[in-house]
Ligand binder design. Structure first.
Ligand code: CA
Length: 324
């Protein structure tokens, strides 16, 4: 298994190791998976091609990393103002999303499985205050993918940089802001030492699903029980990963606030609704580009509409009306 995560990367790299242990134990030692961190065998961004060609049997990554191959891929990770982790799982496992994902990846000789979720992310670290949508004008921010497209439309400049360069770029003022993941991983990166404000919510990644990629030919040739073991271990990875994020994020948010004295800011309702409007335009344009995009976009949006209507009377109502 090649991975897009640096060796022993917190939660995501650890999860791959656990996945391998679970598969080994469940198969009674019949299947042993060796894990390679990014750069150990191949660079992170070559994982998809490696599984597609059969050079590697498996990979751990995120569908939106490969958006350059197919613009519909991000629907299977996260889209701006999209569904949360619970809703993504519902769409993928019970709402037809996984079937669409498998259909799409079959063109690349890959079978995907949901395997991990970051939960809601943070909007990021800023050295400029954001009091209205106009404050995004001229803002240089490290924010990849569709979130970057939204920033661009809002008048900002999305900057792409790999994980290892973000800290220095923010420190030197090459960028004014950066998003990363959430309190735990952000704390490990040390952004609290060089940024003034930590903004919420992470509108651009509301519950990013991570993926296990398996070479389709290799998987098809496995005996039935090993196929089920892989799928079952991926599902456990999915639950374990989200649980780790939820648990660690709340511990580290407390550290960031109480020990590091960081000021947590939230975007105003008007700012968020302006970003949401731009996002809807970006997503509509993407969803109508071709038949494949349209099929996935329609499924995602229909599911989200339904599940949000339910949420009005379940989670949203509950959280609105109790003291937190
Ligand atoms: Ca992120």
């Amino acid at each position: 298994m090649v991975t897009t995560w640096p060796p022993n990367f917190p939660v995501l790299g650890e999860g791959c190791k656990l996945f391998s242990d679970w598969v080994f134990a469940m198969s009674g030692g019949e299947m042993a998976i060796k894990i390679y961190g990014s750069g150990e065998l191949i660079p992170a961004l070559e994982c998809f091609d490696a599984v597609s060609s059969g050079a590697a049997e498996m990979a751990s990554g995120a569908a939106y990393y490969w958006a350059g191959k197919n613009e519909a891929f991000p629907f299977f990770t996260s889209i701006p103002f999209g569904m949360n982790a619970q809703q993504m799982n519902a769409w993928l496992y019970s709402g037809g999303g996984h079937t669409l994902w498998k259909e799409l990846y079959a063109n690349y000789n890959i079978i995907p499985f949901p395997a991990g979720n970051t939960g809601m992310q943070m909007a990021g670290w800023f050295n400029k205050e954001i009091n209205s949508i106009d404050d995004f004008k001229g803002l240089k921010m490290r924010i990849p993918g569709l979130g970057g497209k939204v920033l661009d439309k809002a008048g900002g400049t999305p900057v792409l940089s790999g994980g290892s360069e973000i800290y220095t770029n923010l420190e030197r003022g090459v960028i004014d802001a950066t998003e990363w993941i959430g309190p735990y991983h952000d704390y490990v990166m040390g952004f609290h030492k060089i940024a003034k404000y930590y903004y919420a919510p992470g509108w651009h990644e509301t519950g990013s699903t991570l993926e296990l990629l398996v070479n389709k030919r290799e998987m098809d040739n496995l005996p039935e029980h090993l196929k089920v073991i892989i799928e079952t271990a991926a599902a456990r990875f999915n639950v374990w990963c989200l649980s780790e994020f939820e648990s660690k994020n709340n511990t580290y948010l407390k550290k960031i606030i109480e020990e590091e004295k960081v000021e947590i800011r939230t975007f105003s309702k008007e700012t968020l609704s302006a970003l949401q409007k731009i996002s809807s335009e970006v997503m509509e344009e993407l969803g109508n580009k071709n038949e494949v995009n349209k099929k996935i976009y329609t499924s995602y949006m229909d599911f989200m509409k339904g599940v949000r209507n339910w949420s009005k009377y379940s989670e949203k109502l509950y959280y609105n009306d109790i003291s937190l």
